[in-house]
Design a protein around this ligand. Sequence first.
Ligand SMILES: NC(=O)c1ccc[n+]([C@@H]2O[C@H](COP(=O)([O-])OP(=O)(O)OC[C@H]3O[C@@H](n4cnc5c(N)ncnc54)[C@H](OP(=O)(O)O)[C@@H]3O)[C@@H](O)[C@H]2O)c1
Length: 251
Amino acid sequence: MNDVAINAALVVGASGGIGSAVVDQLIKSQRYTHVVSVSHKSFVDSGSSEFDKFSNLMALETDYSAESINTLMANLSSFKGCISRIVICNGILHDDQKDIFPEKKLEDISESKMMHVLRVNALLPLLFLKELVALVKGEKSCVISVLSARVGSIEDNRLGGWYSYRASKAALNMLVKTAAVEYERRAKNVRLLLFHPGTVDTNLSKPFQSKSSTKLMQPSEVAMSLIKLMDRSDTGSNIEFIDWEGKKINW
Ligand SMILES: NC(=O)c1ccc[n+]([C@@H]2O[C@H](COP(=O)([O-])OP(=O)(O)OC[C@H]3O[C@@H](n4cnc5c(N)ncnc54)[C@H](OP(=O)(O)O)[C@@H]3O)[C@@H](O)[C@H]2O)c1
Protein backbone atom coordinates (compact mmCIF):
# COMPACT_ATOMS: atom_id res chain seq x y z
CA MET A 1 0.00 0.00 0.00
CA ASN A 2 3.03 2.30 -0.37
CA ASP A 3 1.11 4.82 -2.38
CA VAL A 4 1.32 8.61 -2.08
CA ALA A 5 -2.48 8.79 -2.37
CA ILE A 6 -2.90 6.95 0.92
CA ASN A 7 -3.26 9.28 3.90
CA ALA A 8 -3.99 7.30 7.04
CA ALA A 9 -4.68 8.26 10.66
CA LEU A 10 -4.25 5.89 13.59
CA VAL A 11 -5.88 6.09 17.03
CA VAL A 12 -4.64 3.79 19.80
CA GLY A 13 -6.98 3.38 22.78
CA ALA A 14 -9.87 4.20 20.50
CA SER A 15 -12.80 2.98 22.57
CA GLY A 16 -12.37 5.46 25.45
CA GLY A 17 -14.22 8.78 25.74
CA ILE A 18 -11.51 10.91 24.13
CA GLY A 19 -10.25 8.18 21.77
CA SER A 20 -13.65 7.55 20.23
CA ALA A 21 -14.24 11.32 19.83
CA VAL A 22 -10.90 11.62 18.03
CA VAL A 23 -11.83 8.78 15.66
CA ASP A 24 -15.18 10.48 15.05
CA GLN A 25 -13.57 13.85 14.24
CA LEU A 26 -10.91 12.29 12.00
CA ILE A 27 -13.63 10.54 10.02
CA LYS A 28 -15.74 13.72 9.81
CA SER A 29 -12.76 15.73 8.55
CA GLN A 30 -12.77 13.59 5.37
CA ARG A 31 -9.02 14.13 5.09
CA TYR A 32 -8.03 10.53 5.57
CA THR A 33 -8.32 7.67 3.15
CA HIS A 34 -8.08 5.31 6.13
CA VAL A 35 -8.76 5.75 9.83
CA VAL A 36 -7.38 2.88 11.88
CA SER A 37 -8.65 2.35 15.42
CA VAL A 38 -6.87 0.13 17.93
CA SER A 39 -8.61 -0.88 21.14
CA HIS A 40 -9.34 -3.63 23.67
CA LYS A 41 -12.78 -4.28 22.36
CA SER A 42 -14.31 -4.09 18.95
CA PHE A 43 -14.59 -0.40 18.28
CA VAL A 44 -17.16 -0.70 15.51
CA ASP A 45 -19.60 -2.73 17.65
CA SER A 46 -19.41 -0.28 20.52
CA GLY A 47 -19.26 2.85 18.37
CA SER A 48 -22.04 4.88 16.84
CA SER A 49 -23.67 3.71 13.63
CA GLU A 50 -21.98 6.63 11.88
CA PHE A 51 -18.70 4.73 12.10
CA ASP A 52 -20.23 1.77 10.24
CA LYS A 53 -20.96 4.01 7.27
CA PHE A 54 -17.29 4.94 6.89
CA SER A 55 -16.00 2.04 4.87
CA ASN A 56 -12.37 3.01 5.39
CA LEU A 57 -12.49 2.63 9.16
CA MET A 58 -10.24 -0.28 10.03
CA ALA A 59 -10.96 -1.46 13.59
CA LEU A 60 -8.21 -3.58 15.13
CA GLU A 61 -8.36 -5.29 18.51
CA THR A 62 -5.52 -5.92 20.92
CA ASP A 63 -5.00 -7.03 24.51
CA TYR A 64 -1.89 -4.79 24.61
CA SER A 65 0.46 -7.70 25.38
CA ALA A 66 3.85 -7.50 23.64
CA GLU A 67 2.81 -10.39 21.37
CA SER A 68 -0.47 -8.74 20.43
CA ILE A 69 1.26 -5.40 19.70
CA ASN A 70 3.66 -7.27 17.37
CA THR A 71 0.74 -8.83 15.49
CA LEU A 72 -0.89 -5.41 15.29
CA MET A 73 2.24 -3.87 13.80
CA ALA A 74 2.45 -6.67 11.24
CA ASN A 75 -1.14 -5.82 10.23
CA LEU A 76 -0.21 -2.15 9.93
CA SER A 77 2.94 -2.71 7.87
CA SER A 78 1.06 -2.02 4.63
CA PHE A 79 0.65 1.59 5.85
CA LYS A 80 4.40 2.17 6.01
CA GLY A 81 5.15 5.80 5.09
CA CYS A 82 1.44 6.61 4.66
CA ILE A 83 0.36 7.62 8.18
CA SER A 84 0.19 11.37 8.91
CA ARG A 85 -1.62 11.46 12.26
CA ILE A 86 -1.40 9.18 15.31
CA VAL A 87 -3.12 9.70 18.66
CA ILE A 88 -2.32 7.44 21.63
CA CYS A 89 -5.07 7.78 24.23
CA ASN A 90 -4.41 5.00 26.75
CA GLY A 91 -4.54 5.97 30.39
CA ILE A 92 -6.10 4.94 33.70
CA LEU A 93 -6.76 6.83 36.91
CA HIS A 94 -9.11 4.36 38.57
CA ASP A 95 -10.89 1.16 37.59
CA ASP A 96 -14.55 0.22 37.64
CA GLN A 97 -14.03 -2.23 40.52
CA LYS A 98 -12.72 0.64 42.70
CA ASP A 99 -9.62 -1.49 43.20
CA ILE A 100 -7.41 1.21 41.71
CA PHE A 101 -8.10 4.72 42.93
CA PRO A 102 -5.85 7.81 43.19
CA GLU A 103 -3.90 7.73 46.43
CA LYS A 104 -4.53 10.53 48.95
CA LYS A 105 -1.70 9.63 51.29
CA LEU A 106 1.46 7.53 51.41
CA GLU A 107 -0.34 4.69 53.25
CA ASP A 108 -2.62 4.23 50.21
CA ILE A 109 0.27 3.18 47.98
CA SER A 110 0.22 -0.40 46.66
CA GLU A 111 3.20 -1.62 44.67
CA SER A 112 1.20 -3.86 42.32
CA LYS A 113 -1.46 -1.22 41.59
CA MET A 114 1.19 1.42 40.97
CA MET A 115 3.04 -0.92 38.60
CA HIS A 116 -0.19 -1.47 36.66
CA VAL A 117 -0.84 2.28 36.33
CA LEU A 118 2.77 2.85 35.25
CA ARG A 119 2.50 0.15 32.59
CA VAL A 120 -0.71 1.45 31.06
CA ASN A 121 0.06 5.18 31.30
CA ALA A 122 3.80 5.34 30.62
CA LEU A 123 5.22 2.09 29.29
CA LEU A 124 2.48 1.20 26.81
CA PRO A 125 2.71 4.50 24.87
CA LEU A 126 6.50 4.04 24.76
CA LEU A 127 6.12 0.50 23.37
CA PHE A 128 3.99 2.00 20.60
CA LEU A 129 6.59 4.70 19.90
CA LYS A 130 9.19 1.93 19.70
CA GLU A 131 7.17 -0.03 17.13
CA LEU A 132 5.97 3.02 15.20
CA VAL A 133 9.35 4.54 14.35
CA ALA A 134 9.89 2.17 11.42
CA LEU A 135 6.31 2.58 10.22
CA VAL A 136 6.24 6.40 10.11
CA LYS A 137 9.82 7.24 9.16
CA GLY A 138 9.94 8.65 5.63
CA GLU A 139 8.94 11.61 3.51
CA LYS A 140 5.38 12.11 4.76
CA SER A 141 5.09 14.53 7.64
CA CYS A 142 3.55 12.84 10.66
CA VAL A 143 2.38 14.09 14.06
CA ILE A 144 2.11 11.68 16.97
CA SER A 145 0.10 12.89 19.97
CA VAL A 146 0.17 11.13 23.31
CA LEU A 147 -2.49 11.96 25.90
CA SER A 148 -0.72 13.17 29.02
CA ALA A 149 -2.03 15.30 31.90
CA ARG A 150 -1.09 18.57 33.60
CA VAL A 151 -0.69 16.67 36.89
CA GLY A 152 2.38 15.05 35.29
CA SER A 153 4.13 18.43 35.39
CA ILE A 154 6.72 18.29 38.19
CA GLU A 155 6.89 22.09 38.47
CA ASP A 156 3.11 22.37 38.64
CA ASN A 157 2.75 19.89 41.55
CA ARG A 158 1.48 21.92 44.48
CA LEU A 159 -1.44 19.77 45.65
CA GLY A 160 0.35 16.42 46.03
CA GLY A 161 -1.57 13.12 46.15
CA TRP A 162 -2.42 10.90 43.15
CA TYR A 163 1.06 9.33 43.37
CA SER A 164 0.64 6.65 40.70
CA TYR A 165 -1.18 8.77 38.12
CA ARG A 166 1.10 11.80 38.62
CA ALA A 167 4.27 9.72 38.50
CA SER A 168 3.08 7.74 35.48
CA LYS A 169 2.32 10.93 33.52
CA ALA A 170 5.64 12.51 34.58
CA ALA A 171 7.37 9.31 33.43
CA LEU A 172 5.37 9.36 30.20
CA ASN A 173 6.52 12.94 29.54
CA MET A 174 10.16 12.02 30.12
CA LEU A 175 9.92 8.86 27.98
CA VAL A 176 8.28 10.71 25.08
CA LYS A 177 10.77 13.59 25.36
CA THR A 178 13.61 11.07 25.29
CA ALA A 179 12.08 9.29 22.30
CA ALA A 180 11.78 12.69 20.58
CA VAL A 181 15.57 13.06 20.69
CA GLU A 182 15.89 9.73 18.90
CA TYR A 183 13.04 10.45 16.46
CA GLU A 184 14.80 13.74 15.58
CA ARG A 185 17.73 11.62 14.39
CA ARG A 186 15.89 8.66 12.90
CA ALA A 187 12.57 10.08 11.71
CA LYS A 188 12.88 13.81 11.06
CA ASN A 189 9.44 13.88 9.47
CA VAL A 190 7.78 13.18 12.83
CA ARG A 191 6.61 15.70 15.46
CA LEU A 192 5.55 14.56 18.94
CA LEU A 193 2.93 16.18 21.13
CA LEU A 194 2.19 15.52 24.79
CA PHE A 195 -1.37 16.71 25.18
CA HIS A 196 -3.33 17.71 28.29
CA PRO A 197 -6.99 17.65 27.31
CA GLY A 198 -8.37 19.58 30.31
CA THR A 199 -11.06 18.00 32.48
CA VAL A 200 -13.12 16.01 30.02
CA ASP A 201 -16.47 14.34 30.56
CA THR A 202 -15.41 10.67 30.33
CA ASN A 203 -15.38 7.64 32.65
CA LEU A 204 -11.88 8.56 33.75
CA SER A 205 -12.90 11.92 35.25
CA LYS A 206 -16.42 10.97 36.46
CA PRO A 207 -15.61 10.53 40.18
CA PHE A 208 -13.70 13.84 40.26
CA GLN A 209 -15.77 16.16 38.10
CA SER A 210 -17.67 17.78 40.98
CA LYS A 211 -14.40 18.70 42.72
CA SER A 212 -12.72 20.13 39.63
CA SER A 213 -12.45 23.92 39.48
CA THR A 214 -11.89 23.90 35.71
CA LYS A 215 -14.54 23.88 33.00
CA LEU A 216 -15.78 20.40 32.09
CA MET A 217 -15.04 19.83 28.42
CA GLN A 218 -16.90 17.56 26.03
CA PRO A 219 -14.79 14.87 24.28
CA SER A 220 -15.79 16.24 20.85
CA GLU A 221 -14.51 19.78 21.69
CA VAL A 222 -11.21 18.37 22.91
CA ALA A 223 -10.83 16.10 19.90
CA MET A 224 -11.41 19.06 17.57
CA SER A 225 -8.84 21.21 19.34
CA LEU A 226 -6.29 18.38 19.35
CA ILE A 227 -6.72 17.82 15.62
CA LYS A 228 -6.26 21.59 15.01
CA LEU A 229 -3.14 21.70 17.20
CA MET A 230 -1.67 18.75 15.32
CA ASP A 231 -1.98 20.80 12.12
CA ARG A 232 0.24 23.62 13.46
CA SER A 233 3.56 23.77 11.68
CA ASP A 234 5.23 26.73 13.43
CA THR A 235 6.24 24.99 16.66
CA GLY A 236 10.01 25.18 16.22
CA SER A 237 10.56 21.88 18.03
CA ASN A 238 9.74 18.22 17.42
CA ILE A 239 8.29 17.87 20.95
CA GLU A 240 5.81 19.95 22.94
CA PHE A 241 3.84 19.56 26.18
CA ILE A 242 0.68 21.63 25.69
CA ASP A 243 -2.90 21.91 26.84
CA TRP A 244 -6.10 21.89 24.80
CA GLU A 245 -5.76 25.64 24.19
CA GLY A 246 -2.29 25.15 22.75
CA LYS A 247 -0.62 26.73 25.82
CA LYS A 248 2.74 25.32 26.85
CA ILE A 249 2.85 23.43 30.18
CA ASN A 250 5.98 23.45 32.34
CA TRP A 251 7.76 20.11 32.38
N1 LIG B 1 -10.84 12.76 31.00
C1 LIG B 1 -10.04 13.67 31.55
O1 LIG B 1 -10.48 14.58 32.25
C2 LIG B 1 -8.54 13.59 31.32
C3 LIG B 1 -7.74 14.59 31.90
C4 LIG B 1 -6.35 14.55 31.68
C5 LIG B 1 -5.81 13.53 30.93
N2 LIG B 1 -6.62 12.55 30.39
C6 LIG B 1 -5.97 11.48 29.62
O2 LIG B 1 -6.68 11.27 28.40
C7 LIG B 1 -6.54 9.91 28.01
C8 LIG B 1 -7.89 9.34 27.60
O3 LIG B 1 -8.73 9.27 28.75
P1 LIG B 1 -10.32 9.30 28.69
O4 LIG B 1 -10.73 10.46 29.48
O5 LIG B 1 -10.80 9.12 27.31
O6 LIG B 1 -10.63 8.02 29.56
P2 LIG B 1 -11.47 6.69 29.27
O7 LIG B 1 -12.72 6.99 28.55
O8 LIG B 1 -11.52 5.99 30.56
O9 LIG B 1 -10.50 5.91 28.24
C9 LIG B 1 -9.44 5.15 28.78
C10 LIG B 1 -8.42 4.82 27.74
O10 LIG B 1 -7.39 4.04 28.33
C11 LIG B 1 -7.28 2.77 27.72
N3 LIG B 1 -7.13 1.73 28.76
C12 LIG B 1 -7.87 1.56 29.89
N4 LIG B 1 -7.42 0.49 30.59
C13 LIG B 1 -6.38 -0.01 29.88
C14 LIG B 1 -5.50 -1.11 30.07
N5 LIG B 1 -5.58 -1.92 31.14
N6 LIG B 1 -4.55 -1.34 29.13
C15 LIG B 1 -4.44 -0.54 28.05
N7 LIG B 1 -5.24 0.52 27.81
C16 LIG B 1 -6.19 0.78 28.71
C17 LIG B 1 -8.55 2.55 26.91
O11 LIG B 1 -8.15 1.85 25.74
P3 LIG B 1 -9.17 0.89 24.87
O12 LIG B 1 -9.82 1.80 23.89
O13 LIG B 1 -8.26 -0.08 24.24
O14 LIG B 1 -10.14 0.28 25.85
C18 LIG B 1 -8.94 4.00 26.60
O15 LIG B 1 -8.23 4.47 25.48
C19 LIG B 1 -5.85 9.19 29.17
O16 LIG B 1 -4.48 9.04 28.88
C20 LIG B 1 -6.03 10.14 30.34
O17 LIG B 1 -5.01 10.01 31.29
C21 LIG B 1 -7.96 12.57 30.57
